[in-house]
Design a binder for this molecule. Structure first.
Ligand code: HEC
Length: 145
């Protein structure tokens, strides 16, 4: 089975668990962690599309991730570092953190656009751009335990 069908399946699970109560940090934390997991699954399974159906799958998944990454800045309320892997430092540097999230969101918007145009170059460019954002943000803002 093509790996892409697997990510389509995983992301269905992730979108059905999007409703959280505003004041419930446990829920919010779990939501943002699920979004990051879905992002990781997308990158782990990514293959350059070479058929219409593969373009369509990436189109659908990138649309979900574009939405998820747009919501991410709202899923980091002050005080929600506890019982999560987020460092307290995020809230001392919220602007820098949000700029990084915004870049990730733009990359997914561009990936989605690339799938509409079947533009391989735009797709790969933004795939690389998004992928290169992970480690530097994690080093600064994610704890290992
Ligand atoms: C703007 C900063 C930022 C960027 C960019 C970012 N991450 Fe993260 N990521 C975090 C933070 C903060 C956490 C910890 C979330 C928590 O536990 O509260 C995290 C957690 C994760 C997790 C663990 C989720 C869990 O269940 O504990 C995975 C997987 C992950 N990120 C993957 C990625 C991948 C893949 C990319 C790049 C495509 C990426 N992240 C880009 C900040 C970022």
């Amino acid at each position: 089975m093509n790996k892409l069908y697997y990510i389509a399946f995983m992301l269905t699970i992730f979108t059905t668990s999007q409703s959280a109560l505003a004041e419930d940090f446990a829920n919010i934390i779990s939501q943002r962690q699920q979004s990051f997991k879905a992002i990781e699954i997308f990158f782990d399974n990514f293959e350059e599309p070479d058929s219409d159906i593969e373009w369509q799958i990436i189109n659908k998944e990138s649309a979900k991730l574009a939405k998820a990454t747009q919501q991410l800045p709202n899923l980091f309320p002050i005080g929600s570092d506890k019982n999560s892997k987020s460092k307290e430092k995020i809230w001392d540097n919220k602007q820098d953190f949000n700029i990084r999230l915004d870049k990730l969101n733009s990359a997914f918007n561009n990936i989605q656009q690339a799938t509409q145009e079947k533009n391989q170059q735009l797709l790969i460019e933004n795939y690389k751009l998004a992928k290169s954002s992970c480690n530097s943000c994690h080093r600064k803002y994610r704890s290992l335990w």
